[in-house]
Design a protein around this ligand. Structure first.
Ligand SMILES: [Zn+2]
Length: 247
């Protein structure tokens, strides 16, 4: 398959499933977990800030970390890659599905998934909190008005960051929805993720197994590359532009 074939396949596809990873966020300047561990935070191991044990020991510390990351993402804006995926969703309508490994909420802010069930955030969302008592999920107040921990509007319980931590399982319903969408997809796009991070490889193989086309967009070769239908060695925004504008 060459680029022209890939463009044709995407244009003709009735069902498109997309998985995005850190490469999509990078173009908005979102720091990675490791990049955000500057200054006072450098002395912590990631699991000291992002695990159920850490939160049990010191919820104020964990919330301080996440409040900082929340400020980082709210200072950023969606980029051309996010916007091209909203355009693809408008074209494919209910045939579009987007799963993301990113927790910055930028796909939602760009307008993806406003129709129910088309966007799943596999690792959670930094801009929301979840009640520890009743499970209610709410948006955090604006960064300048936010003093953690947030309190649940429904039951008054303490809320925790709505993030999948080290040692926790990915949300089962979101994983099942993603597996179904990738199995049904005529074309799947794997964008800005290495393929070694669960569940990227599994989702790509769901599509391949049913005879679908899987196109990767990544500046670097990944472990998945040799198994896929076509790979664009591009950033997310440049790769999507090449696939969609030539199609
Ligand atoms: Zn509650």
């Amino acid at each position: 398959m060459n680029l022209a074939d890939a463009c044709d396949a995407l244009a003709a596809a009735r069902r498109v499933a997309v998985l995005t990873g850190a490469g999509v966020s990078a173009e908005s300047g979102i720091p990675t977990f490791r990049d955000a561990q500057q200054g006072l935070w450098a002395r912590f191991r990631p699991e000291d800030l992002a695990s159920p044990d850490a939160y049990f020991r010191d919820p104020a510390l964990v919330w301080e970390w996440y409040a900082g990351r929340y400020r980082d993402v709210m200072a950023a804006t969606p980029n051309a890659g996010h916007d091209l995926l909203t355009r693809l969703e408008r074209e494919k309508e209910d045939g579009f599905f987007l799963a993301t490994q990113n927790v910055d909420g930028l796909h939602a802010r760009a307008g993806s998934g406003t129709a129910g069930g088309r966007l799943v955030e596999l690792h959670g969302n930094l801009t929301t909190a979840r009640c520890e008592v009743c499970g209610q999920v709410d948006a955090l107040p604006a960064p300048q008005d936010f003093t953690p921990p947030p309190v649940c509007a429904v039951c008054g319980g303490r809320m925790r960051p709505n993030i999948v931590w080290f040692g926790e399982f990915l949300p089962e319903a979101a994983l099942e929805a993603a597996a179904d969408a990738f199995a049904a997809a005529d074309v799947a796009l794997i964008i800005g993720t290495s393929g070694v991070v669960y569940p990227a490889a599994g989702l790509a193989f769901e599509t391949l197994r049913r005879g679908g086309t899987v196109i990767e967009i990544n500046p670097d070769q990944t472990e998945l590359t040799p198994r896929l239908s076509f790979s664009l060695r591009e950033t997310a925004s440049a790769g999507l532009a090449a696939l969609m504008d030539a199609g």
